[in-house]
Design a protein around this ligand. Structure first.
Ligand code: ZN
Length: 146
């Protein structure tokens, strides 16, 4: 278990040092900001959605290692997904982070489950997901008004 913990920690540190998809998207895309006042984490998520599929997703921001690593892992997990499965993943991730035991199979995202032991940091891990959820809802609102 300790070895697994260590491995998980290494993945988090790696994603913090070299965040994936860390850039702005300068097209007409959805975007949303997230701010976690408890820790000072800031994140902006950019989504490019076409035909209900997330063609591109990236983020910018600054914050603690957990918030950056979580956003980085999230962009990797969501790129190429349909909005529907993205939202499923969001709920599954949220469940993993907030419920005592979860049977979710979240692949690489599972490295963040250890954050549960530090309740004050859970918001760091879920911040980018909340922002993405907001960006997706924005998109759906636009779709329904057309
Ligand atoms: Zn944080």
């Amino acid at each position: 278990m300790n070895e697994l913990r260590q491995l998980y920690q290494e993945v988090i540190l790696d994603h913090n040092r070299n965040p994936r998809n860390f850039r702005e998207l300068d097209c007409d895309c959805q975007q949303a900001n997230g701010y976690n006042p408890l820790c000072g984490d800031q994140v902006t998520v950019y989504l490019k959605v076409k035909d209900g599929v997330i063609e591109d997703i990236c983020f910018q921001g600054k914050g603690c290692a957990i918030s950056v690593a979580s956003a980085s892992l999230m962009t990797e997990a969501l790129k190429g997904q349909t909005l529907q499965s993205a939202q499923k993943l969001y709920h599954a991730f949220h469940q993993m982070m907030t419920e005592e035991s979860s049977s979710q199979n979240l692949g690489k995202l599972a490295v963040l489950e250890g954050v549960k032991d530090y309740p004050a940091r859970i918001k760091c891990a879920t911040l980018a997901w909340h922002a993405t959820d907001a960006a997706i809802s924005q998109n759906q609102a636009e779709v329904t008004t057309e």
